[in-house]
Write a protein that binds this ligand. Structure first.
Ligand code: NDP
Length: 451
């Protein structure tokens, strides 16, 4: 019998921590886990899941309009934000219940409260102190906003899910995942949206064609962009806010939402006292088996700042548990991880952007197609779709695949298997398309646009 209370203690019951705890318990380990907020973590409670529900809600506005082109007469439509938020909250409660059930069914002991390392193998959770042979840090991250005059008036995505009313005028600051997604959500639900971004095109790091295309399409749907601008001050004015930009322009808004990145939630965990190395940014360096510099302390998910996506954290947590408790050592391959932005329109991407691929490979062949999806022939909507393949000319492998438009994330999830498997453009060409779909374009593009 071990001299510790647990074989494994996990700090943080989000996607990565819960997966690691459950799998370790299924391998026979005695596992404890603590959580200071709600079990489920960022993704389930205040991230991917509620965001996607809001995104679905905001697409209906266009669907009602599009239906007319197909012969439907839609009567007067009205949107009620409190109804949506209440429904979303019920779904989050249901998922939270499922996560709790998963933990208890696996025999994992949940301790509610903030966990803090208190020695090499000791963890304080509230009033309680437990000991564990191995410890996993899976506390995730939290929104970060820069300091400026009036920063106390702004909200982050955490707060956006609990607004009492839909703001009539919103300023969204940032050009990344969260900013683009929420600009689309608010715009689709009928708010006037201003998106302020310090760069010249949204989604830095994505393929340049995708960035330009998405910006154009979002603007076409009504988002008012203020590129190459920073907010200097936000002033409160009797129920609304005056947002001043460095160009001198002032935007009046009912809500100012910052989506300027997330930082690892490593403060207050006692990491340094326990000798765990922490970078200046707050992230915890780990090796390919998620080990920190202390051999029995591990970390997975956003706290490690590898690729900050839920499915990556889940895979890291699972691989850790298999390695340490299942006698199946395995590491996670972080190459060719697909991702999506649930903006309006949506983006799905896997592999290298054209710009990155030029650094990694020699000559490239680029296939690119921009077209009006069939749905919009009758709907009359001026919305296009972009599809792009980046091919390494030396061996013909498709090393980048990018889609912007209807169902892009659903399309890219399937194609990601092909890209991850190293399939060539010739193998794409040998695959017969499904007609009529937008995705068939990915196997029917024959002529590269440039070499
Ligand atoms: P991102 O890192 O994607 O974007 C942050 C944005 O804020 C960038 O446009 C950045 O500009 C800008 N910014 C940063 N600092 C400042 C500043 N001081 N002043 C003005 N602008 C600033 O972060 P998000 O908050 O959007 O998302 C965090 C992470 O969460 C993502 O990286 C992603 O990993 C994950 N996520 C994934 C989602 C998905 O898979 N669909 C959805 C939501 C989040 P610049 O580009 O110039 O640096």
């Amino acid at each position: 019998m071990s001299k510790y209370d647990f074989d494994l203690f996990v700090i943080g019951a989000g996607s990565g921590g819960v997966r690691a705890a459950r799998i370790a318990a299924e391998h026979g380990a005695r596992v404890g886990i603590c959580e200071q907020s709600r079990v489920g973590g960022t993704c389930v409670i205040r991230g991917c899941v509620p965001k996607k529900l809001l995104s679905y809600a905001s697409h209906f506005g266009e669907e009602f309009e599009d239906a007319a082109g197909y012969g439907w007469q839609v009567g007067e439509v009205r949107f009620d934000w409190p109804t949506l938020i209440a429904a979303k909250d019920r779904e989050i409660d249901r998922l939270n219940g499922i996560y709790l059930q998963l933990l208890s069914n696996s025999g994992v002991e949940l301790i509610e409260g903030h966990g803090r390392l208190a020695g090499s193998h000791e963890i304080h959770v509230g009033e309680r102190t437990v000991t564990a042979e191995k410890i996993l840090i899976a506390v995730g991250g939290r929104p970060w906003i820069p300091e400026f005059e009036g920063s106390e008036y702004v909200i982050t995505s955490d707060d956006a899910f609990h607004l009492e009313q839909l703001p009539a005028r919103v300023v969204v600051v940032g050009g990344g995942y969260i900013a683009c997604e929420f600009a689309g959500i608010f715009n689709g639900l009928g708010s006037e949206v201003h998106q302020v971004y310090r760069g010249d095109r949204v989604l830095r790091g994505f393929d340049d064609d995708v960035r330009s295309f998405l910006g154009r399409e979002m603007a076409g749907k009504g988002v008012q962009f203020h590129f190459e601008r920073n907010v200097t001050t936000v002033r409160s004015m009797a129920g609304s806010y005056a947002v001043e930009l460095d160009g001198g322009e002032v935007i009046e808004a009912d809500c100012v939402m910052y989506a300027t990145g997330r930082v690892p939630a490593s403060a207050g965990l006692g990491l340094l006292d326990a000798g765990v190395e922490v970078r200046a940014s707050g992230s915890v360096p780990v090796d390919e088996y998620s080990r920190t510099n202390i051999p029995h302390i591990f970390a997975v998910g956003d706290i490690t700042n590898r690729i900050n996506l839920t499915p990556v954290a889940i895979m890291e947590g699972h691989a850790f548990a298999d390695t340490e408790f299942g006698a199946q050592p395995r590491s996670v391959d972080h190459a060719f991880v697909p991702s999506a932005v649930f903006s309006h329109p949506q983006v799905g991407t896997v592999g290298y952007s054209e710009e990155e691929a030029r650094h990694h490979y020699g000559e490239l062949d680029i296939y690119r197609s921009e077209f009006r999806p069939m749905k919009h022939t009758l709907s009359g909507r001026e919305e296009k779709m972009l599809i792009k393949l980046v091919v390494d000319r030396a061996d013909g492998c498709v090393v980048g695949l990018h889609v912007c438009g209807l169902d892009a994330p659903e399309i890219v999830q399937g194609f990601a298997v092909a890209i991850k498997s190293g399939l060539t453009k010739a193998q794409f060409d040998a695959t017969i398309g499904i007609h009529p779909t937008a995705a068939e374009e990915l196997v029917t593009m024959r002529n590269p646009i440039q070499g």
